[in-house]
Structures are given as C-alpha cells and as structure tokens.
Write a protein that binds this ligand. Sequence first.
Ligand code: NIG
Ligand code: FE
Length: 410
Amino acid sequence: MPLLENISCLATCASPDGQDDIGAIHDAALVWKDDRIMWAGPAEDLPGSYVGEERWEAGGRLVIPGLIDCHTHLAFGGWRAGEFADRIRGRSYLELAAAGGGIASTVRATRALDEEALLARAREFRSEMLALGVTTIEAKSGYGLDLETELRTLEVYRRLSSEPGPRLSATCLAAHVVPPEAAHDRAGHIGRIIEQILPAVADKNLAAFADVFVEESAFSVREARRIFEAGSALGLRPKLHADQLTDGGGAVLAAEVGAVSADHLECISPEGIAALAQAGVVGVTLPIATLYLNQDPPPARAMIDAGVAVAVATDFNPGTAPTYHLPLAMMLACTRQRMTPAEVLKGATRFAARAIDRETEIGSLVPGALADFAVIDAPDVDHWLYHYRPNACRAAIVGGELLAGRPLRA
Ligand code: NIG
Ligand code: FE
C-alpha cells in the first residue's frame, strides 16, 4: 500500500460543485492500494495504520488528479502543414475545405492507412500525452466516414486501451462531415450512419458516445437530431461539436437531446448558455483550436456565471489543433478565457471526467477513486500554469502504477 509524502499541495477536486473548488490541501499525503485511492488528507492527520507503508516522495511538489483530455481526434493519417501556412496567408478554414482540403484531405490520408499504421501513430501520441500527465484520453473516429474506416479507427482505440498507458474513452464521429463521395447524396450518407455505422459500433461495443459536428458546413440541427435519436436508441450518448464557427443552435440541441457535453462553443448564444446550464451539459472549451483559427475565445466566464461546468481539452487533430499539449491548452484557458488556474484544473480533471461520463471513477483523488494522478514540478496550481514549461510533469501514475517519469522513492 504505497504512501506518497511531502506533497506541497494536493488538489483533490473532491467536490462535484464549484468551478474553482479544487479541494487543495497543503502539506498533504496520499495512500493507494492496487489501483484505488485509500486516503488523501493533511500529512499530520495520516492514520497511524498507514505509517510504515511503502513510502514515495513528492519532493515538495504539486499533486493533481491525472489530467483528462476529454476531446481529441487521436487517430488520423497525414498532417496538413500546407493549410496552416495557407491560412496564415489569408485563406479561411472553410475556403480550404471547399477546395477539397480540410477534413476531406485527412479522410483520404486516414483511409490509406491500415490498422497497424494507424495504431502505431496513435500509440506514439498517447505515450507523449502520458508524459505530460494525461491519464485519460477521449478519442474520436471521424476521419474514416465509411463503415470500414470508422470501425478500423475505433478498433485502434480498443487495442490501445489494452496496452499500458492513459485510459481511453471512444466516441464515434461518423457524422463529422459528409464525405466527398456522398456530396450529392446527403440523405444516403446520413442513412448509412443511422442504419449501418452506429449499429455496428454499438454491436461491437467500440464506443460510448456518438458525436455530430453541428455546423452549416457539416450537419444541420435537424439532421443531427435524427442521428442522436438513432445513437441513443443504441446506447451511444450524444456529444456535439457545437457553435464553433457560427451560432448554429448546437448548444440548444445539446440540451434538448441530453448530451453529455457540448464542445467548442466559440459562437454560443446567451440562449445556448442558459440551455446548457439548465440541462447540466458540460461545456468543453478547446483553446488551442480557438487560437489556431484565430477566433475570439468562447464566453467561458458567462458560462461559469450561469452555472455551466466548463471543461478544457486539446481537440488534438491535424487541422485546427495539431498539438496534444493539454497543459498548453490549460494555460491558454487562463489567459484567453479568463479562467483562474484553479478553475482550469477543475476543467481538465473532474469536469472533464463528467464530459465523458466517468466522474465516479476518475478526475478526483478521493477514497475509492482510481489511483490516477500526476506529480507536477511546481509548488501549487497558480505557479504551474503561470510558469509555462515544455513539460512540468515529474511523474504520471495510472491505476497506481508509475507509467511515466522518474521513480519517487523516499
Ligand atoms: O474539432 N470542428 C470539427 N472538427 C475538428 C477539426 C477537424 C479538422 O479540421 O480536421 C475540430 O476542430
Ligand atoms: Fe474536435
């Protein structure tokens, strides 16, 4: 039963409420047994029965629940550096997409990779994310858009989740856009999603969620509603790419269909904010995508004030967010979304767990929770997100096992 001592600040994120309530305990200790937390609290209150257990040393550092990246597109083929340069020269994201680039170009590159090649790339990204302190990753399909490649992508996630590393939570995003071959048959494509892809995904138990990109350039509210109805009937809970480029009514739809989260939200309306708050839908903000597309940030403060739980994730993908650096996204959420470091930490742990419906097991350090945590080389959360470094994570522990970083022997 290992005991981690000399923790300058332990952010337990024990409370389900309060965006800035991270349950910080100074001069703390943490005890776990196998893969579960046994005890967390002030070192001076450590029960005598735990003294003398295997001792680990935090070295006066910050300890946080393992970070949860609750929105990524982890497996894809190719990159789109040329479009990055083109956007800087003045071409818009939608213009490039209309010219056959954008998501469609990644779909071509992804279809060209076999399962082993797709797996090898995703494996590399996942292990680099772990080194940053990320212990759970939500991973979407959506660059296949046909039955075969959607299943192949989700199979990659299933295989990865059996290898040591961050936990995975898979989402089927077959409704990312209408693929070029179906450009003249939208109805046919939506029919295939509803009648073939989602049933096959549910049948093989390859995903927990069905996501739809609700946007003028992707799917309408009416089309998305049909897809969500079909997914829900199969046990796939709704998630949305909502109100990213325009206010398309995505947040309002998220509330209507009982989505677990509505993500992006740069263009969310006041009505959308009220709807998310009322329905208890997590608002997932993606500051790296906002930055790469040079957009104004989502109104995170207004969402928090309205009572929405706001999460922070990377949106890692080859188009709008070509980096999986969650601490970078967190620093940007502070500076651009005007969220305090404590609010951001809650958004990348407990509220991120809520966004993937795993809040009872991960995202907080309380007795009974999974022993997923990270030791951060900073005295507290403010200092960590203020003094931005390439990697401040000293150790990442998943299910009680040290999987990245250096040993913490006392
Ligand atoms: O989350 N918004 C839609 N989908 C992705 C971008 C995908 C891409 O450009 O490849 C996103 O930003
Ligand atoms: Fe996304």
